[in-house]
Design a protein around this ligand. Sequence first.
Ligand code: GLC
Length: 531
Amino acid sequence: MSASHLELDLVERPFTDRGTRLLVTAGPGPADGLRVARAEYETPLAETTDLTGLLVHGADGRPLPVVSATPVEVAFAGGVSLLFADPATLVITGHGARASWRLPDGTGRTLALDGCHVLAGPPGEWSAPAVRAASEARWADWFARMPAVRPDLAERARMAWWTLAVNLLPIAGREGLVPSKYGYVGVWNWDALFHAVALRHGDPALARDQILLFLDHQLPDGRLPDVVHEHGVLADTTDLPRADHARLAQHVGTANGARPERAPVPVTKPPLAAWAVWKVHETDPDVPFLAAVYPRLVRAHAWWFAASDPDGDGLPEYLHPYSSGLDDSPVWDYGPRAEPPDLNSYLVLEADRLADIAGALGRPAEAARWRERAAAHARLLVARRWDGTRFTTLAAGAPVPVRTALDLMPLFTGRLPAGVAAALERTLRSPAYWGERPVPTVAFDDPAFDPEAMWRGPVWLNVNYLLAEGLQRSGFPDTAAELRERTVAMVRDAGGLYEYWNPLTGARAPRATSGFGWSAALFLDLARMVG
Ligand code: GLC
């Protein structure tokens, strides 16, 4: 079996390719044939379908089943194949067989196969052997760049590395990695940073592009948008798609985002850009890149203090659920603004990374100032939010009882007093958060815990990744290693790169999407680390 071999099930893993919006999926039964649709921002595939019911019959009229689907081609019996000739063009090749399908208006089409025919895309002449050879070479080259992982993780890693390739689309003048061609067809802020963490191993330039795509769209006030998509950006509540207002009204009754008639509220994502920049630089040093991004990262950092700290206590808050990245967390059940302890933990680490970057740029005085900022901000976080047993989450300015995995995120700073860090590690190892599959996003014993509802309990790989890194930085390498090991085992055993997992069963939570970019990216980076 070649390194690039991967079976596509044409359900969770459609036949698609790097740079194309076209997706080929199978109907529920073999007689339903295949469907070709296009991935578009905020549009269900049912509205972007090119054709359905694609079936192939041999010269004798007998149906020719699909015999294999790989990144290179979908092969039917009788030597018929579907291949991508280029990102805009899906071809069907074969001789003596007949293909039939239905157009969206219900009319039928048939085609006698005799060579290489365009099935979707602009008219053109293609040679089947040349198209197949190019596709094989493209995939061989991509898989040759995959980071090495141990044998029991290899199959899932191939799936992850393939996911990262096929989720790439041309967006805003760059190649942007979308979270999923099912439902998330744009480039989301912190997703892009997590994607860069994996891409740095095989294609550092592409990793830097993910970060630049966001920095290119920085707003005049310094904020980074929540989403960059083919029609523009989502940077405040007036940019929210219609469906999101409904979604927000449902699960965040009192949040600003649920009331579009109010003054626009900025929408962004947690501040981790300097963290990602430094990771890419550590793998593939690039001082000109650091010089290009540094002033923009400084402005992005300053925005939080200037524009997102309504009570002026020096500890910024999230002004909208989406800015936290945890859309439906129970933190949002208590009001329209929230300050879980993760935000200020990230800001501490960002200051440390800005110090690293300033140092690498030969600006030691600036680096020292950032280092002091990081230390002072960590002290402020502990002084104001540590109540002696836990970090409190504020919502609309008042402490809330809900306990989420974000309460443990101050470990990420690596700057806590030893007793505080030890208490957090103990809490993480307690039955509230530690099970066969840590870490539930809401404590197992919290009344709001729901194993299947998005950010109300399921395991997400970004939270685990950041916590494992925080444990390592805070002096708990064994717990960090165990968390990484349990995380990769869960992903290996569940079968796919889902958006989030049920922490009780380890299965995909029913509403979670598949082929999810940051699950693929962070699984790969963790798999590399567990060695
Ligand atoms: C969901 C997640 C958010 C993520 C986005 C794109 O809205 O809650 O954190 O950035 O999807 O993947």
